[in-house]
Design a protein around this ligand. Structure first.
Ligand SMILES: Cc1cc2nc3c(=O)[nH]c(=O)nc-3n(C[C@H](O)[C@H](O)[C@H](O)COP(=O)(O)O)c2cc1C
Length: 204
């Protein structure tokens, strides 16, 4: 059994070092720490210095650091700078599960795989949807997936239309038809970057 804690109840009442010792003595197999306090909710930044400090209060169990990791580079930096044994990623992986493959490559010292194209991202989302439906059934799975489908579209051109429509689906047919019609497949920012790299390659 593992445990997960925050730094404390508030920035004025940080007690994670003490709680870490209690958790280890109670027999936990590992400790995950989200570097915010309960009062912070999700405001501000996770305090990785505080997470790092906990390491010296644990005798044997692994310390898993958590908070604000949203890129392979940040994962590598977390291991390099903060002496954690593992990291946990929550929000950033919700619509970008390929982040794990990117982080794993970076940790092996290999080139970081690029973000999938938008059609590839849509296909990953559809596979995710299928797994959720297999697990929870058509209706519950479709309703559950409304929120996660939006994570895949987040930040993309047309995400708002997709969100508005996917929020109402309750059958696989409706889900697939909304994805077909509204899942964002064009990213003007990325297309202009691609065009720039093609023209600079052509110019060089
Ligand atoms: C959808 C969602 C559900 C979560 N559920 C839990 C939970 O049940 N228990 C928990 O300790 N933390 C929960 N969290 C918090 C995350 O585990 C994590 O500590 C927090 O999001 C910070 O990590 P991040 O910056 O990588 O998102 C949840 C977060 C999200 C986004």
């Amino acid at each position: 059994m593992t445990a997960k804690i925050r730094l404390g109840c508030s920035r004025e009442n940080i007690n994670c070092n003490e709680i870490a010792r209690v958790v280890e003595e109670a027999g936990a197999a590992a400790l995950t720490v989200h570097g915010r306090t309960a009062a912070d909710m999700f405001r501000g930044n996770a305090d990785w210095e505080r997470i790092s400090e906990i390491k010296s209060h644990l005798r044997n169990i692994p310390l898993i650091g958590n908070g604000d990791l949203d890129s392979a580079e940040k994962v590598v930096a977390a291991f390099d700078q903060y002496d954690v044994d593992a990291v946990m990623i929550a929000r950033a992986c919700l619509g970008r599960p390929w982040l794990f493959a990117q982080a794993a490559a970076a940790l092996r010292g290999e080139p970081i795989p690029p973000e999938p194209t938008l059609p590839e991202q849509r296909d990953v989302m559809l596979k995710h949807y299928q797994l959720v439906v297999d697990r929870f059934g058509d209706e519950k799975g479709t309703v559950l997936m409304r929120k996660y489908a939006c994570c895949y579209a987040q930040g993309k051109h047309g995400a708002r239309y997709f969100r508005t429509h996917v929020a109402k689906v309750s059958t696989p047919e409706e889900f697939h038809s909304v994805v077909e019609e509204y899942f964002p497949l064009h990213d003007p920012k990325r297309e202009s970057q691609d065009a720039e790299s093609v023209s600079s390659a052509a110019g060089s």
